[in-house]
Ligand binder design. Structure first.
Ligand SMILES: Nc1ncnc2c1ncn2[C@@H]1O[C@H](COP(=O)(O)OP(=O)(O)OP(=O)(O)O)[C@@H](O)[C@H]1O
Ligand SMILES: [Mg+2]
Ligand SMILES: [Zn+2]
Length: 538
């Protein structure tokens, strides 16, 4: 464990001292270095960009480059008096002012008016670094403007601001402008990692990732947050330290919630939700956290990039990317609703249980459909045998209409033919059969062509086995020649339930031209009032 005696705050300790040490601002560094090398120094620079991305740092390095005893040089030595004083901000020729405070505004004006015309004390250039330049008063801007119109040759202004839009155009147009970018996640993670290593801090990778994400592009914020986390933790910085620091939902609780949602477990969800709310976790925070984790696994499912937290990937293993997409959309909606409610708790509960309902409904729905499909097969079997169907609707949708004589069989038969995908000739043969069921539950297959008849007869055991698997009971099959028999009516063309689409997402319903459902499946859809795609059965 490293010593925790007071030390220079990390952000200051690790302020880059050369152009090459400044991360993620290569364009700016390069242009400034070129300016020095080619001795084309402007009188005024305007550095714009988000907070904590290196503006002040770059201004100081530029000042060193101008005033270094070995310079002007793109590689200031860092050892001479001017370099060291500038690094400590104690140079009398490089003046840093923060325009954000009122007293400073007055001072800026004084300093500019009083000193700009004077010669430098020792150094080549007098450099004015004005931070938060957009905060300058009109009077200060006017003073500055006058100087910028007739700049003494040895004066350089560097204005830095996070709000470029608030700098008057009269000023901005007299400056050479540089845009600083937010620092990307990858660079931040690498920087924090190396910094922690140098400091002998034990920091988990997950913790670094979370820190960097929360810093949202500001490297100073990222470094300060690391510093803060280190002070807070006594055994090294874990992802949990960070979560506590940000008031995030504890990871384990969050994962439990996520799992309950993904597995549609009402009981566990209720339990976890209670626990989270009892801990005083903010509903908005909870939903944002949940969204972030689910989003990461969603991207992983799509093959965009791996989720950092493997336990979430495991939790979502059984869920399709479409399923996750639907869930994410709902969660987004909850986040939106939470913004404008006076009852966040109920919005949260309604929303989350709603996710579950929708998913559970669909699951139950598919189950019902599958059962129904099986039963329609049986109904077809009975009716084909000429027996009336009697009261078998006690535990199912009672308003089931009688199926057409053989359409249930057709459906089952297609499944049988498909089960011989790896025996294409037999599959083809079977597709020529006209299947009929007899009252005793046996199947009769009629073939018009001799070849088909023989081939089917040879594979009778396999056909019986397949049929038994599909119907869930042993079935006797006989084959016969259909020559001379009247043609069986053409069965309606039905899309097979064989695609691997997710059960969670719903598509348009198919109906025949008469507006009637075209198959038992479609009938069932009509009864249930929706549409279904089947997931592959294992
Ligand atoms: N591009 C960068 N490369 C390396 N370190 C950086 C960078 N940007 C910021 N830092 C770290 O953050 C600290 C503060 O950076 P700096 O003061 O230059 O930011 P800034 O852009 O001036 O921010 P503000 O707009 O808030 O004044 C530095 O001391 C350094 O530790
Ligand atoms: Mg600054
Ligand atoms: Zn030097």
């Amino acid at each position: 464990m490293a010593d925790k005696a007071p030390y220079t705050v990390l952000a200051r300790k690790y302020r880059p001292q050369t152009f090459d040490e400044v991360l993620a601002q290569d364009g700016v560094s390069q242009t400034l270095k070129n300016a020095i090398s080619s001795k084309r120094i402007a009188h005024a620079y305007l550095f714009t960009g988000p907070r904590g991305v290196g503006k002040t740092t770059m201004a100081r390095i530029f000042a060193k480059a101008l005033n270094c005893a070995q310079g002007p040089t793109p590689k200031p030595c860092g050892k001479c008096d001017p370099c060291r004083e500038i690094a400590r901000s104690s140079s009398i020729d490089v003046l840093e002012m923060d325009a954000a405070t009122h007293t400073q505004v007055e001072k800026v004006r004084e300093v500019i008016i009083e000193t700009v015309g004077l010669a430098t004390n020792r150094d080549r250039y007098k450099v004015f670094v004005i931070d938060e330049a957009h905060m300058l008063s009109t009077a200060a801007f006017n003073a500055l403007l006058k100087t910028l119109e007739e700049p003494p040759p040895h004066v350089v202004f560097i204005l830095a601001t996070t709000e470029a839009g608030k700098v008057p155009a009269t000023i901005a147009s007299r400056c050479q402008r540089f845009r600083f970018r937010p620092v990307d996640q990858e660079t931040m993670v690498a920087h924090l990692g190396s910094l922690a290593k140098k400091e002998g801090m034990a920091v988990e990778d997950d913790a670094v990732e979370t820190l960097a994400r929360h810093a949202a592009g500001s490297l100073r914020d990222a470094v300060s947050l690391l510093d803060q986390a280190w002070t807070l933790s006594d055994k090294g910085v874990t992802a949990e330290t960070i979560r506590r620091m940000f008031g995030l939902v504890p990871a384990e609780l969050m994962l439990g919630l996520g799992e309950a949602l993904l597995k549609r477990d009402v009981r566990v969800l209720a339990e976890r939700l209670e626990a989270a709310l009892a801990e005083g976790i903010d509903p908005g925070q909870l939903v944002r956290d949940l969204r972030e984790s689910l989003h990461a696994v969603y991207l992983e499912k799509l093959g965009v990039r791996q989720a950092a937290d493997r336990s979430w990937s495991r939790a979502a293993r059984e869920v399709s990317s479409q399923g996750l997409g639907c869930l994410l959309q709902r969660i987004n909606r909850i986040a939106e609703e939470l913004k404008s409610t006076d009852s966040p708790r109920s919005v949260l509960e309604l929303g989350l249980y709603g996710c579950l309902h929708e998913a559970a409904d669909l699951a139950a729905w598919v189950e019902r459909l599958e059962a129904l499909e099986g039963r329609l097969g049986a109904v077809g079997a009975v009716e084909a045998g000429g027996q009336p169907r009697a009261g078998d609707s006690a535990d199912g949708p009672g308003e089931l209409e009688p199926a057409e004589a053989s359409s249930g069989d057709e459906e089952v038969w297609r499944a049988v033919a498909r089960s011989f995908k790896d025996r294409p000739i037999l599959a083809e043969v079977l597709s020529h059969a006209r299947p009929l069921t007899s009252p005793d539950g046996g199947w009769r297959l009629t073939f018009d062509r001799e070849f088909d008849l023989e081939a089917a007869a040879k594979s009778l055991p396999a056909i019986e086995a397949s049929l038994a698997t599909i119907l869930g009971k042993p079935v006797a099959v006989v084959v016969e020649s259909g020559k001379g028999l009247p043609e069986a009516s053409e069965a309606a063309e039905v899309p097979g339930p064989d695609d691997a689409g997710p059960a969670e997402c719903v598509s348009e319903s198919d109906v025949t031209a008469s507006g009637e459902p075209a198959s038992p499946l479609k009938k069932a859809e009509k009864i249930l009032g929706g549409t279904v795609k089947f997931t592959k059965k294992k």
